[in-house]
Design a protein around this ligand. Structure first.
Ligand SMILES: [Zn+2]
Ligand SMILES: [Zn+2]
Length: 348
């Protein structure tokens, strides 16, 4: 037997002997040469931002050896963002969310509506106590008008005036075709004549409930506008205010409006139904004329409003004019209304 073979033999005897005599049966710590760890169990729960720990102990008899592993921090389980303070055009808002697990919260500024569009032009009005705003050199698609400028309130959207020699509007936001949305702050009380005339890219406008008057032709030819909610504060809707707004499918007229002026919804071919509130006492010339899709007009006043000529000219051939049941005959016989007698029905 050579030396190598002898060594192999000794090794084999040791290994076999070990298995036979349970060499993992150690009676003092440190004697365990190969730990046999069992399952890990959590010994320190992880938190949102703190690591946890799990431990496995050696199953070999008499061994106190253990292995520890880090459990990574869980991260916060954030709830939804909630608005704490609405942003205004002049001041940042705040939004906050909190962790459903540990309750930690975080607050961030709400920037959406608080950055005025650069380039806007402000003109002092009312004896230097307020500002009127117009497009100026602004080019942004999303236009945000601030509620204040140089510490004074912005109360007016400036009017635009048509220049017959250049054949273009000057002032206001007229023909600002790049504009897709405009935020009007609730400091604004009036929207000037032609203010947004020809803003064909405008799809969304929110008129705040501080506005009391919408000027003549204010939104004329805003063909991209699909719906408009006129707030309760508005008492007058100017001539052709929404004239030729072909994309407009719905319009809500608030119940403080007394006069729907001439051509207010003229040639709104997408408009299918409109409700005229109880407060309206007069409807102007061609107010809904050429709104070819208009099939339903609901009038809430029991006393027929004064009706100018051609109000419903070239609306849908199936136009139904619904009025309070008690007033059906009154409408059918009223001046102006009588020419639509065959289309007048009781509100269902
Ligand atoms: Zn061990
Ligand atoms: Zn947390």
């Amino acid at each position: 037997m050579n030396n190598t073979r002898a060594l192999w033999l000794i090794a084999a005897i040791v290994i076999i002997g070990c298995i036979a005599t349970a060499c993992d049966d150690v009676t003092s710590p440190g004697k365990c040469t190969k730990h046999n760890f069992g399952a890990y169990s959590t010994t320190t729960e992880p938190g949102c931002t703190t690591e946890g720990e799990e431990t496995a102990v050696c199953k070999n008899k008499g061994c106190t050896g253990a292995d520890k592993r880090i459990i990574t921090a869980l991260g916060h389980n954030w709830g939804d963002w909630e608005t704490i303070k609405e942003p205004t055009a002049a001041e940042e808002g705040e939004m906050s969310r909190s962790c459903k697990r540990c309750g930690e919260s975080e607050t961030i500024p709400m920037l959406t509506a608080d950055t005025p569009t650069p380039g806007l032009e402000f003109t002092l009005i009312d004896g230097g106590t307020a500002y009127s705003v117009s497009k100026g050199t602004a080019t942004n698609a999303i236009v945000v008008i601030p509620a204040t400028h140089n510490g004074l309130p912005v109360t007016e959207i400036g009017e635009a005036v048509y220049n017959y020699s250049t054949e273009m509007f000057e002032g206001g936001f007229a023909e600002y075709a790049a504009m897709t949305s405009v935020t009007i702050p609730d400091s604004v009380t009036s929207i000037g004549d032609n203010a947004f005339n020809g803003c064909s890219g405008l799809t969304s406008v929110t008129i705040p409930d501080s506005v009391t008057s919408i000027g003549d032709l204010a939104f004329r030819n805003c063909s991209g506008l699909t719906s408009v909610t006129i707030p309760d504060s508005v008492t007058s809707i100017g001539d052709l205010a929404f004239g030729n707004c072909s994309g407009l499918t719905s319009a809500t007229i608030p119940d403080r409006v007394t006069n729907i002026d001439d051509g207010a919804f003229y040639d709104c071919s997408g408009l299918t139904s409109v409700t005229i509130p109880n407060s309206v006492t007069s409807i102007g010339y061609e107010a809904f004329a050429y709104s070819t899709g208009l099939t339903s007009v609901t009038i809430l006043a029991e006393t027929p409003p004064t009706l100018a000529r051609n109000v419903f000219n070239d609306t849908s051939s199936t136009l139904r004019i619904e009025v309070p049941a008690v007033s059906v005959n009154v409408y059918k016989e009223a001046e102006g209304w009588s020419e639509y007698a065959g289309r007048i029905f009781a509100i269902e």
